[in-house]
Each structure stands twice: as C-alpha cells, then as structure tokens.
Design a protein around this ligand. Structure first.
Ligand SMILES: NC(=O)c1ccc[n+]([C@@H]2O[C@H](COP(=O)([O-])OP(=O)(O)OC[C@H]3O[C@@H](n4cnc5c(N)ncnc54)[C@H](O)[C@@H]3O)[C@@H](O)[C@H]2O)c1
Ligand SMILES: CCCCC[C@H](O)CC\C=C/C=C/C=C/[C@@H](O)[C@@H](O)CCCC(=O)O
Length: 469
C-alpha cells in the first residue's frame, strides 16, 4: 500500500494564512551533531523516531516510563550507532519533576537540546484523568520546557518540536472520546504555540503529526482501555478496516520531514494510507507489473529531485513487493525502475541527477537478488536510456535548473541538436524487461544502436560468502 503525507489545512479555523508552502521547502535542517529528546522512546513510534534521527546523524536521549524496554532499546541503538550517541533516562512524563530532571540530564550528557519529540501517549478511557495528564498536559509541559532550553532570545540555539497527535486529533473515534479530546488538544495547542514562537522570534518550530492506526502496542486494546463505550468496539474494527494499519517506519519518515524541513512551523501532518495501490486493486483486483518511472531534472532543487528520482523509487518498489510477493499471498510479478545512462556514467552539470540514477541502479540490482533469495517471485530490472525526446530534456537548456554548475551551461550548446532517441524505442526495451522471465537484476541500456544489457565486471561483484570466514 502507498501512504499519504499531507499537510492538513483548515481554512475556517486557521488564524492566519499558512506561511509554509505545501511540499518540502528548500531549507533543510542538518541533523549531524544535533541533540534530540524523545519521550515514549522505548518502543513503537518513539523508538522509530529515535532510530531515524540516529540514522541521520543526531544524538538521542530516550525517555520512557518503562525502564526495561528503554534500557533494551538504548543497548540496541548503542551497538548500532555508537554508545556515545544515545542515552536512556527513566521518566514518567506526567511527573513535572521527572520531566524537568530528564531535560537537565540530557543537557549534562550532550550539552544542548535541538529537537524535542513529545510522543509518549496511552489509551485508557477508564483512567481518563491519567490519559489527559500523559497525552495532553505532558505534551504542553514538554513543549514549554523545550522552548525554555531552545529559544534564541535567552541564548538557546533554536530548534524544532514535534508533537505526536493522531488522526483522532482531526476526526473522532466513538469508542475513545477522551483520547480523541487529548489529541484535538495537542493539535490546537501546537498550532497556537507555533504561531506564538514565530511572533516572539524564538527560532523554534513546532509541528504536529497525525498518523492513522499504526502497528504498535497501543493498539492491543482491552475493554478496560475502551471504558464505558467498550460495547461499541465493533465500530473501531470498522475504522481499522477502512484505514488499514501503518508501519512505524512510514510514520517515522513523516516525522523526519517535520523535523528537517525548515519551512514547516505550525504544520499538521496527516499520515494515512495512500490509495493509489488500493484503488488499482479495487479496480483490477491485483497488480503484477510496477514501473517506477516518475522523475525530474533540477539540480537547483536537488532535495526534491532526490525525493522523486530515488526515494519514491525505493518506496514504490517496497510497496509493489508487499502486494506482489508470493510468501504473503501475492501472485509474483515484475518491477521495472527507470534510471538513465546517467546512472552508469558521470553527467556534466547534473551530478545529483547522476547520483540518484546510480543509486536506482544499485538499489534495483540489490533488491532483485534479495527478492530472488527470499522466494518472492518478483523480478526487479532497471532501464537506462540515453537522451530521449521528451520535455524532461528541457532542463538541460534551462540555466535555472543547472544548479551550481550553471557556469558550464554554454558547453551544452543547442539542445535541439542533441542526439536523442524516440519514446517507442525505449518502450520496446521496457517490454523486454517486463516479459523476459529470465531477467532479474538486469540493467538494460537503450541507445541509438538499440538495446543491450550491461555486463558488470566480475571483480565488482560482492560475494558475501567469501567475506564470511
Ligand atoms: N499506534 C497508533 O495507532 C497511533 C496512532 C496515532 C497516534 N499514536 C500516538 O503515538 C504515540 C506513541 O504511541 P505508540 O503507538 O508508539 O504506543 P506504544 O504503546 O507502542 O509506545 C508508547 C511508549 O510510551 C511509553 N509511555 C507510556 N506512558 C508514559 C509516561 N507516562 N511517560 C513516559 N513514557 C510513557 C510506553 O512505555 C511506551 O514505550 C502516542 O502519543 C499515541 O497516542 C499512536
Ligand atoms: C481504538 C483505537 C484507538 C487508536 C487511536 C490511534 O491514535 C489511531 C487513531 C486512528 C484513526 C482515527 C480515525 C478517525 C477517523 C475519522 O474520524 C476520520 O473520518 C477522520 C478524518 C480526519 C480528516 O481527514 O481530517
């Protein structure tokens, strides 16, 4: 299934026009050396958020009320990312003293705080006062404490706060009215305090994340957790059926966007299943062939180019695998990822385009082997055409899209004179990769002379077995 990261806009209730354009802005917060504090980090979403922050170079203080799971997670991350980059503090976020103490200890350990994730949350409609204390009051307190440490007017370095709300913070769930209230509270508080921080020149962005149902322990519901409306729990099951269940890493990607995108303040990101795959299945019953073809050429807006030309190809491949792989009831199939000759050779003036396309080649060849070894019955091939006569090539002649090497623009000369092949020739090659059942991990070049397969030199093969003593 596909997923949708969408910024929620609510014109009627927006106090002023949103200052953040939809999609990624060009200013990205670098995470290397940044210090993050994540609550409820022992498992579930908090663990996923911590993981993605560590993966991107941040140091993370994990906070959780459960010492056992917190310590285990710290040990895992310590092994994977280095003991000096992660620590754990036992902390009940509903306790003012414990939360303040955890901030202090984080500063003592890492010297500062740049990123705060107010994520800890529970589902308990019976002890609803406790739920309000954890899901709402502690988010407010965590935000205020983080602001105190980060705000620039009192010597802080600025930073970003991401509050975990829920889709139930935008809509409602009949079985969990108080949970719904706490999450609406988080959304409202976040939007208001984000505006206040901006007006006050604090240099701290504050955003809210609203995922639908996510596969975590929070969903192991008991009737006690559903309180007096437990008899309506069949209605929750209907919601689950309608919404589907998200995986933690998908939500973590959305979280990372809210952290890194310097253009986002007061943003409310909704994460639900995108229904492109679902709609295709509803219409045709199944999917056998996936072509990850969408791409752009823009060295100036290179982050966006990487997101489309590489990240989306990875995402599309994984989603297609989920639907097609035989071990979970799929019928098998084939995925063809569209790279370029620039995925095999250096490309003057377009180095990031070349990097993304090289990565598509490497990713597709690796995942093709992995799919075969896993018995998925899904082949994955790559197509590398030379210059094709389509509007994409307009970028070559567009100085604005040439990025830092636009001074070499004149070397290209007249693009009309560029040697190009036509779309049907590329389509022929594409069809071969789809239909030839012997081709998996194949990389096909399409040039004026026709189609040929790349024969990678044997010395560049990674023989894993040879590396195991
Ligand atoms: N799972 C979902 O479907 C879903 C959907 C939308 C939003 N959320 C929200 O995501 C957040 C994380 O939930 P999850 O799904 O990862 O749940 P989870 O139960 O897997 O993890 C929650 C973590 O928070 C910790 N925690 C609980 N109370 C705490 C407290 N008082 N102080 C410190 N830590 C505490 C727990 O020990 C646990 O490690 C919550 O705010 C939840 O409301 C969850
Ligand atoms: C009983 C399980 C409780 C889990 C709570 C989690 O936080 C997950 C909440 C997930 C789904 C909530 C769904 C709400 C659905 C409707 O109200 C929906 O129509 C909301 C749409 C909101 C919008 O699109 O703006």
């Amino acid at each position: 299934m596909n997923h949708r990261f969408r910024e929620q806009s609510d014109n009627q209730h927006t106090l002023r026009p949103s200052r953040t354009p939809p999609g990624l802005s060009t200013k990205i917060m670098a995470l290397i050396g940044k210090v993050a504090l994540v609550t409820g980090a022992g498992q579930g979403l908090g663990k996923g958020f911590s993981d993605i922050l560590l993966k991107n170079g941040a140091k993370v203080a994990l906070l959780d009320i459960n010492e056992n799971i917190g310590e285990n997670t710290r040990a895992d991350f310590g092994k994977g990312y280095g003991e000096d980059r992660v620590c754990f503090f036992t902390c009940d976020v509903a306790s003012v003293e414990q939360l303040e103490d955890a901030f202090q200890k984080t500063i003592e350990r890492f010297g500062r705080i740049n990123i705060m994730s107010n994520n800890a949350g529970i589902l308990n409609e019976t002890n609803w006062e406790k739920m309000v204390a954890v899901n709402l009051n502690a988010v407010i307190r965590g935000t205020y404490l983080a602001l105190q440490h980060m705000k620039k007017d009192t010597g802080g370095e600025g930073g970003v706060i991401v509050n975990t709300a829920s889709l139930a913070g935008l809509g409602f769930l009949l079985t969990v009215p108080v949970y719904t209230a706490t999450k609406h509270g988080v959304v409202g508080f976040t939007r208001a305090v984000a505006g206040a921080s901006e007006e006050s020149g604090y240099g701290v962005r504050i955003n809210a994340l609203c995922p639908g149902l996510v596969k975590t322990a929070l969903l192991d519901s008991t009737s006690e957790r559903h309180g007096q409306f437990a008899h309506l729990s069949h209605l929750s099951k209907e919601v689950v059926k309608k919404c589907g269940i998200l995986e933690v890493p998908v939500v973590a990607e959305g979280f990372l966007q809210l952290v890194m995108d310097e253009g986002k303040n007061g943003a409310v990101m909704k994460i639900t299943h995108e229904d492109a795959f679902q709609k295709t299945i509803e219409r045709f019953g199944r999917i056998h062939i996936m072509s990850n073809n969408a791409g752009i050429m823009d060295e100036t807006n290179w982050e966006k180019m990487v997101a489309i030309n590489l990240n989306a190809v990875i995402q599309g491949t994984y989603l297609a695998l989920q639907h097609m792989k035989k071990d979970t009831g799929g019928e098998g199939g084939v995925i063809v990822n569209i790279a370029s000759m620039a995925g095999l050779a250096p490309f003057l003036i377009f180095p990031v385009y070349a990097a993304a396309k090289h990565a598509v080649v490497g990713f597709s060849r690796s995942v093709a082997d992995a799919s075969m070894m896993s018995g998925y019955g899904v082949r994955i091939n790559t197509l590398c055409p030379t210059a094709v006569s389509t509007p994409l090539l307009g970028a070559v002649a567009d100085e604005k899209k040439n990025g830092p090497f636009s001074h070499l623009f004149n070397l290209i000369g007249d693009t009309a004179k560029l040697r190009k092949i036509e779309v049907p020739a590329v389509a022929e090659g594409f069809l071969q990769l789809v239909t030839d059942e012997d081709k998996n991990g194949a990389v096909m070049v399409v040039k004026e002379e026709g189609c040929s397969y790349v024969d990678f030199p044997k010395e560049f093969m990674l023989d894993l077995k040879a590396h195991i003593p």
